[in-house]
Design a protein around this ligand. Sequence first.
Ligand code: FAD
Length: 534
Amino acid sequence: MLRITELKLPLDHPENAIKTAILSRLGISSDQLITYTLFRQGHDARKRDAISLVYTLDLEIKNEQAILKRLENDPHLSVTPDTTYHFVTRAPVDMPERPVVIGTGPCGLFAGLILAQMGFKPIILERGKEVRERTKDTFGLWRKGIFNPESNVQFGEGGAGTFSDGKLYTQIKDPHHYGRKVLTEFVKAGAPAEILHVSKPHIGTFKLVSMVEQIRAAIESLGGEIRFQSRADQIDIADGQVRGVILAGGETISSNHVVLAVGHSARDTFKMLYDRGVYIEAKPFSIGFRIEHPQSLIDKCRFGNHAGHPLLGAADYKLVHHCRNGRSVYSFCMCPGGTVVAATSEAGHVVTNGMSQYSRNERNANSGIVVGITPDDYPGHPLAGIDFQRQLEAHAFKLGGESYHAPGQLVGDFLSNRPSSAFGSVLPSYTPGVHLGDLSTALPDYAIDAIREALPAFDKKIKGFAMNDAVLTGVETRTSSPIRIKRNAQYQSINTHGLYPAGEGAGYAGGILSAAVDGIKIAEAVALDMISRF
Ligand SMILES: Cc1cc2nc3c(=O)[nH]c(=O)nc-3n(C[C@H](O)[C@H](O)[C@H](O)COP(=O)(O)OP(=O)(O)OC[C@H]3O[C@@H](n4cnc5c(N)ncnc54)[C@H](O)[C@@H]3O)c2cc1C
C-alpha cells in the first residue's frame, strides 16, 4: 500500500472530491485506484476564511512500484508503514516469578496490559480505589469540599488522566508505532473509533471511566491481578537488587521486577525511594494559573465565520511567549469547552487543572498559563521542587479562604495590580468555588511579572485573550514531575537493579499517550529481562 500525506481540500468538500484529488495528485486513472482508507484527518485553520481539511490516506493501487518510481521526489508519498504491534516475547507457562507494577495510571495500566498479553500475569498495585468509588470521592471535593487524600483526581484507578480532557496526542518520537497500539487498545475498551484517524483525538472524562474498567477486565482475563487500596510503602532492596514491595498494611510481595508508575504526585513514595538510596535528581517543571474565557471568543478568533462547524468542534490554542526576564510563558493542557477542576492530592492545598467531556460543549475554554522553572529556582536537594510546590499550594489554600476554594482574579485587575471583588461576564467553572482577591502573591515575583507580560502578548494572537473579565484561578503546580528517577538503557534505575522507573512521575512522560507508550516500552524491557533470567 502507498500513503499520501498533506492532501488538502476545502472544509465543505463533497465526498467524491477525495477520490478526484488522489487521481490528480498521482496522475492515475480511476481504474488504477483499487481502494483508499483514511489514516488521519486534521484541519489547517491558519487562514480562518479558507480553512481546509488535511488528509493522510492509504491507497491500494495497481502498479504501485511504477508510481513510486515516477513520483520518487514527492515528499508526501511513501510506502505505508507496518503499524501492527508485535510482542517481543511470550512467557513460558511455568514462569515462576510475577512482575509487580505500582500504579494504574496510563503508564501502569499499559505496562500491566502488555505484560498480561505476553502471559506474565502481573500483580498491579494501586493506592486508590476502583474508578467508580474514586469518582464519588473526587466529586466529594468538587461538590462538598470534602477531601480524601488517598482517593482524588491524582490517586485511584486510571491515574491522573481519568478526570481530564482525554487529549491523546503527543510530540514524542514513536518509530515503533506504540502510540497506535495504545489507541487500538483504547478503541477495544470503548473509545470512539475516530481516535484512530483524527489528528487531535480526545475522549473526555466520562468515556475514560468505563474504558479504564474494560482495560482492567482485559488484564484480569489474562491472569493479571489488580489490587486497590494497596499502597506501596516500602521497596525491599538487597545488594542493589529489588526483591519486592511492602504494602501499607505490612504485606510483602516478592518480585525481582518492579515497575514504578506512580505519577507526579506520589510525593511520599518519592521520599521513601530517596531514603532507600534510589538515585533521584531534581527536574524542571512549570507553575502558573488557569485562565478561562468564553469558548465562543476562541472559536471566533480561530475559525472566523466557520465557528461552530461540526467538523471543527470547539477550537483550541497553543501559545508561547519569551519574556524580557528570560522566562517563557506558555499555554498548558488547554481544554476547549471544559471546566477547571480541583486537583490536589494533599489536604490543605489548592491545585488547579482542566478537564472536559467528549462533547466539549461547556461555555468556557480553559488552559494553564504557566512559567517554566528549573532546579536553580529550588536549589539544594533533589526533592526541593516538591517543597516548592507544597509552599505554593498551601499559600493558595490560604488565599482561597481555607475551604478548597481557588483564589481568583479577573485578568483586567491582575494586569492593573488591583484586587478583584466581583465577576464580570465570565463565570469561572471551578468548584467548590472561587474566592476573588489578589493573585500577585500566589507565585514568585518573576512568574507574576512574566505572566503580566505574556497575557497582552497573547492578546495580539487571540484578540480578547487579555479581556478584563477573563478569570485567573490558581495555582497550577502539577504540570509535570519535579523529579527524575534516572534509568539506564535497560529502563532500570541506574543504581537499583530490577526497579523500572516509568511514566510521568519518574520524568519520562508528559501526558496520557506518552505515559501509556512508556508503559509499553517498560513492559517489553521487563519481559525480556525475565526471560533472560529464566
Ligand atoms: C485534571 C487533569 C487533566 C489532564 N488532562 C490531560 C489530557 O487531556 N491529556 C493528557 O495527555 N494528559 C492529561 N493530564 C496528564 C495525564 O493525566 C498524566 O500525564 C498521566 O496520567 C500520567 O500517567 P502515569 O501513569 O505516569 O501517572 P498517573 O496517571 O499519575 O498514575 C499514577 C498512579 O499511581 C498510583 N500510585 C501512586 N503512588 C502509589 C503507591 N505508592 N502505591 C500504589 N499506587 C500508587 C496513583 O494512585 C495513580 O493512580 C491531565 C492530568 C490531570 C490531573
